[in-house]
Structure formats: structure tokens, C-alpha cells
Design a protein around this ligand. Structure first.
Ligand SMILES: Nc1ncnc2c1ncn2[C@@H]1O[C@H](COP(=O)(O)OP(=O)(O)OP(=O)(O)O)[C@@H](O)[C@H]1O
Ligand SMILES: [Mg+2]
Length: 253
């Protein structure tokens, strides 16, 4: 971490620093994990490094298929250069199978398929615990207008198709995920782009054969070692070399 950089914001999982040029930021990935609206906290060694790499991987893939994102380039193990956006104060959630709150709310078995991908929104407000909100609220309170929402749904579904395919290719089922969307201006023209991060912190990922969880639920539900789960995801995607054995010094007689 470069201490000379001006800190703009420190969140639960990341820190934003002023970037080298106007309109850019440096996003630093911490090892901190939180769940249940930060009631449960831990530091998980290596998580930030993995999420930095994985978010780079997904954002780059999205750019390559024409989905606009904030990602510019990775700077080092824990930092990436991003385009500064004005965050739309919504968590945009896409669900393919029931899990978490929708399973609870509707009495569905976790893992049961949904009739089609479902896009839902929660209002980004930690004090309120990011409550689920209908489109009617979003438009009435001016967080986004109808045109924005149409664009957001289109973006979210493209991200869903992309991620579903990428994970399918490595034997992982994409149960659901969350993205954040930001506004950027080219003169008077406003565009919406994918921001924040895409990582196992923001997805539910189940092994296709065993059903083993490879995402933040491992931490939420105390199911084992989170770094191991994220490392498995990274290895399957070829983001990390499969041979991660550290090279040990050898004694020569
Ligand atoms: N490109 C971007 N430009 C500006 N802000 C961004 C960008 N990408 C992500 N952010 C914001 O940066 C912060 C990242 O920090 P982190 O994810 O740790 O926050 P958090 O603790 O989850 O808090 P929040 O409730 O604000 O998301 C978030 O507030 C996110 O909305
Ligand atoms: Mg966040």
C-alpha cells in the first residue's frame, strides 16, 4: 500500500485512494471479511490478493465481450486502477437458484432452480441493513429512473450469462451474485458501467458435482477455510498457477 496516496474511502473489504489521473481511483483489496451487516468480522489471510486477481479476471472478460466496467488495470497484488464512478446506491442481485434471503422469504429449498433469472435490488444503506426495495421506491426516491433500470437489468443479465458460462466451464454452478453499477459522463452523455468488484465475496458458487460451497457462505456459515475455497476457484479458472507450492531454499553440502 502506498501511504503517499490520499485515502478517499475505507469500506469493509476495500479502500479507495485517489488515482494518478483525474477520474481514476486506486482500489485496494483488504483481507477483512464481514457478514450479517458486519456483525461477524474476521481477517482472512490472502483473501484480498485473491479477490483482486479474480475481479480483474471477470472485469477483463466482461470488457472483452463489450460489457463496460470500471476496471482499467491491475497495479500489484492488492491494488487495481479503476475509473471513478458515481455509485448508484443499489445492490443489484441476480439469482439463478434459490439461496439466502429468497429461499427464506419464499420458503424455497436452497439450490432449487428459479423459473428464470430474477433481478432484485437492495438499497445500499448499512444502518438499515441494505433492505430489499421494489422499482417503485427506486424511481420515486430518484436513485435511478426507468431508463436507468432498463439499462441496469440488461447489464446485470449480460453479466449473468457471462459468469454462468465461465463458471460452468470449470464445474461451478453460479447460484446468485451481486454487482454495483456506476455512472460516468462523457460530456453531457451519461453511461452506466459495472463497478465495485466481482469475486467469491459477491457470488454464491457451488461445486457442480459435490455441491460444496466455494464462496463467502464458507465464512458466513463456518464451513471451513475461506482462502482454500477462493484458491480453488482461482485455480480452476487458471487465474493462479496450479502449483502453488512455495519454493523452499535447499541446503547444499
Ligand atoms: N469505480 C468506483 N468509483 C467510486 N466508488 C466505487 C467504485 N467501485 C466501488 N466503489 C465503492 O467503493 C466502496 C468499496 O469499499 P467496500 O466494498 O469495502 O465498501 P463496503 O464496506 O461494502 O461499503 P458500502 O456499503 O459503501 O459498499 C463501496 O462503497 C463501493 O460502492
Ligand atoms: Mg462492498
Amino acid at each position: 500500500m502506498a501511504p503517499r496516496r490520499k485515502k478517499i474511502y475505507e469500506g469493509k473489504a476495500k479502500i479507495l485512494y485517489e488515482g494518478p489521473e483525474p477520474g481514476t481511483l486506486v482500489q485496494y483489496f483488504k483481507d477483512d471479511a464481514t457478514a450479517f451487516n458486519a456483525q461477524k468480522k474476521a481477517t482472512i489471510e490472502g483473501k484480498g490478493v485473491l479477490n483482486n486477481r479474480l475481479s480483474e479476471y471477470f472485469m477483463t472478460g466482461l470488457t472483452n465481450i463489450g460489457v463496460p466496467t470500471h476496471f482499467i488495470k491491475r497495479l500489484n497484488m492488492r491494488e487495481q486502477l479503476i475509473r471513478q464512478v458515481e455509485i448508484v446506491p443499489l445492490e443489484v442481485i441476480v439469482r439463478n437458484f434459490a439461496a439466502g434471503s429468497i429461499a427464506k422469504r419464499l420458503g424455497l429449498e436452497e439450490g432449487s432452480p428459479l423459473p428464470r433469472p430474477i433481478v432484485e435490488y437492495s438499497y445500499k444503506n448499512d444502518d438499515l441493513g441494505d433492505p430489499l426495495v421494489p422499482e417503485e421506491y427506486i424511481i420515486a426516491f430518484g436513485w435511478a429512473n426507468q431508463q436507468d433500470l432498463d439499462d441496469i437489468v440488461a447489464l446485470a443479465l449480460r453479466v449473468n450469462d457471462f459468469l454462468t458460462g465461465v463458471f460452468y466451464g470449470v464445474g461451478i454452478k453460479l447460484i446468485d451474485f451481486k454487482i454495483e453499477i456506476g455512472r460516468v459522463w462523457d460530456g453531457d452523455f451519461m453511461r452506466l458501467i459495472v463497478a465495485d468488484e466481482i469475486s467469491p465475496d459477491s457470488c454464491r458458487l457451488w461445486d457442480m458435482k459435490t455441491g460444496q460451497k466455494l464462496d463467502k457462505d464458507v465464512f458466513r456459515r463456518d464451513l471451513g477455510n475461506l482462502t482454500d475455497a477462493y484458491t480453488e476457484v482461482a485455480k480452476r479458472l487458471g487465474v493462479l498457477p496450479t502449483n502453488t507450492q512455495p519454493i523452499k531454499p535447499t541446503l547444499i553440502n
